[in-house]
Design a protein around this ligand. Sequence first.
Ligand code: ADP
Ligand code: MG
Length: 233
Amino acid sequence: MLLKISNVSKRFGGVQALKDVNLQVDRGEFVGLIGPNGSGKTTLINVVTGLYKPDTGKILFEGLDITSFPSYRLCKLGIARTFQIPQPFNNMTVLENVLVASEFCSSGDLAYVMEILEEIGLKDKADVLAEKLSLVEKRLLELARALAMKPKLLFVDEILAGLRESEINRVTRILSELNENGITIVWVEHRVHELIKFVRRLVVLHQGLVIADGEPHEVINNKLVVEAYLGKV
Ligand code: ADP
Ligand code: MG
């Protein structure tokens, strides 16, 4: 088992963002994580990747207790994420942005960074300032920065939001190639019908609770899930 989240809760003031969440992810898995707005998806990523400390519960990564580890230690262990809203250094080039991530977390190896840019399809934009990129390119840069950390486990947060059909195909193809190449992926996405073409397991959060976890087609036909989420979209 790669990741084991046990009884994790997180509260913000009056909002119980996560309630006693239990979730396990095996090496090599490609898991979709869905749920209505505000159901706790991003908070779960934030808690696992060290942005927030959980109030209760325990998180194991490769058997190591990483609960409340700071992000810089987690990235060195092989946990990376992308942000819902891309957060590049705007006044740096694409290459510089990815190099910074690589230096921070792994080797800072230029050849490796160029390989990532090639894989992601941003090689010809290497010298372009991040602020000049289109939305899909900014999302891909976000992904490249995460990959520069040589992750074993990658969290992807709504990478398709606002993209056109052709761009969606481009990004989903890249994600499935990354998974085929051995990276375990937990993918938060609102585009459920895109998601289930790729993931082999679907987890549903609702008001901070995991209400379903299993084979994607079974999950999207689950009565609780339809009532809580799908029926309303
Ligand atoms: P999702 O990603 O599923 O849309 P979030 O995890 O972002 O949901 O949010 C879950 C709940 O926690 C929401 O009610 C949100 O307003 C609240 N929340 C998330 N982060 C914070 C924060 N830093 N401070 C206060 N409330 C937060
Ligand atoms: Mg979110």
